[in-house]
Design a protein around this ligand. Sequence first.
Ligand code: HEC
Length: 156
Amino acid sequence: MRITGWTIALTACIMGTLAGVAPAQQSPTATTPAANATARPDSLRSTQAGVYTEAQAKRGAQTYAGFCQSCHTPSEHTGSAFNQSWNAHPLSDLFVYLYEKMPKDNPGTLDLNDAADVTAYLLKLNAMPAGTEELAGDSLALKKILIDTRSTRPTP
Ligand code: HEC
């Protein structure tokens, strides 16, 4: 075998370099790794950042009343049940689930905007703040938003 101390040192060095540039690679606007090495990737937001509007959540509540309340109650989608299913997931998981799987007796009824509205409503039910921009009915955009319920964080 020709694995020497030098090889190991070199490997460690390469690994270290890769780890150093990894955050820059997440940025869609990356030009050179050096230019972005210290830039905070703006590609990930949390649901605590105000990712839907009040008006949208209101529409979502109406959609919910029409399509969901025959089987569910709003409180079912809050607290530990919601945490266990969705906390730390990309918001696209919830959105796509609603879009593809609900209403259970008639999946495919919701269009993309309906699904985004209901997603906004579920965020509101979980006390996440509203903001100034509507949630897009677009799973790629929602992939960049992380569900953060705050309540399941380990205490330091
Ligand atoms: C006909 C009954 C029915 C209707 C209508 C219905 N659901 Fe469901 N839903 C279920 C069942 C049953 C489950 C449990 C999972 C399964 O069996 O697929 C579920 C699961 C869910 C979950 C996952 C629960 C979790 O772990 O967080 C969510 C969220 C949800 N439904 C939202 C909705 C929304 C929003 C609507 C309206 C657009 C809706 N459901 C309409 C029956 C229904």
